[in-house]
Design a protein around this ligand. Structure first.
Ligand code: SAM
Length: 266
């Protein structure tokens, strides 16, 4: 049965925005329930691997209710969070208002990940938690993330993955197909919003596909970190050393791309 929030065509972005606008107030609660709180551990791991220190300029894309942005701000980073869904950002802003006293506040802004309102080479680190899978154009999204990242900066992506082990994959997909929509029904009154996770995952290349795309885009030191046998995963990469203008120039040329070795593959 088709999912009302998944549309492969022009309506993809507006349906995704509708979905998150509907569930914004319940999003954090359901996240904790469906992952048994483990999403906090995976997000902490992302932040460790992002190597955040005081003053690191970070862009958190698809920031939602601001989990990653707030945690990185706590580490002293100079954080901007963007999302195209205003109700999700309202929750993020409420959460950050207490935290901002006496320090440079987190800047949350409504913006589209496919058309980021920042100059090339602006950030040291770009993070995306559970956002890439939702973009109407994955290739355009990755190009935008790398455009705003300085040469040698880190891209850190956390999302649902695709386990290699067939039996585990069947069990995990059954959980996403049956249990997760029940949580969506019980806590947000909207089972389709949570059935969307599996539907969007079917159309997402997941950890290995993202790693391959990042290598083809010239990223270095690409790395996959799997959790729960690959049911969740992180893609980490360093942006190409050349500036984003010369990168754009390279990609306009029909040349062969250099494929670099990754650190570790899960
Ligand atoms: C699953 S939530 C993730 C929230 C948060 N990063 C986290 O890890 O909990 C996905 C978020 O991506 C946002 N989003 C999806 N497509 C987007 C786009 N094209 N531009 C900006 N935000 C987008 C949604 O509005 C939603 O808040």
């Amino acid at each position: 049965m088709p999912n009302i929030y998944y549309s492969p065509g022009d309506e993809r972005a507006s349906r995704v925005r509708d979905l998150f606008c509907r569930i914004a107030k319940r999003y954090d609660l359901i996240n904790d329930i469906q992952s048994l709180g483990m999403h906090r551990v995976w997000k902490r791991r992302l932040i460790e691997l992002a190597q955040i220190t005081a003053g690191t300029r970070v862009l958190d894309v698809c920031s939602g209710t601001g989990d990653l942005a707030l945690a990185m701000w706590d580490k002293g980073a100079d954080v901007t969070g963007i999302d195209f869904c205003a109700p999700m950002l309202e929750v993020a802003s409420e959460r950050s208002s207490g935290a901002a006293a006496g320090r440079h506040p987190i800047g949350f802004a409504q913006a589209d990940a496919l058309n980021l309102p920042f100059a090339d080479n602006t950030f040291d680190v770009v993070t995306v938690g559970y956002g890439l899978r939702n973009l109407a154009s994955l290739d355009r999204g990755l190009a935008e993330l790398l455009r705003v990242l300085r040469a040698g900066g880190r891209l850190c992506v956390l999302d649902f993955g695709k386990p290699e082990m067939a039996l585990w994959r069947v069990c995990y997909e059954a959980y996403l197909a049956c249990m997760v929509p029940i949580f969506g029904w019980a806590f947000a009154g909207d089972p389709a919003a949570y059935a969307y996770i599996l539907e969007s995952l079917k159309h997402y290349p997941a950890q290995r596909g993202i790693d391959e795309k990042l290598r083809l885009l010239g990223c270095r030191h690409t790395r996959i970190v799997n959790f729960l046998g690959g049911a969740m995963s992180l893609n980490i990469a360093e942006s190409p050393e050349e500036s984003s203008e010369s990168r754009a120039e390279t990609h306009r040329k029909p040349s062969f791309l250099t494929v670099s070795d990754g650190d570790s593959k899960g």
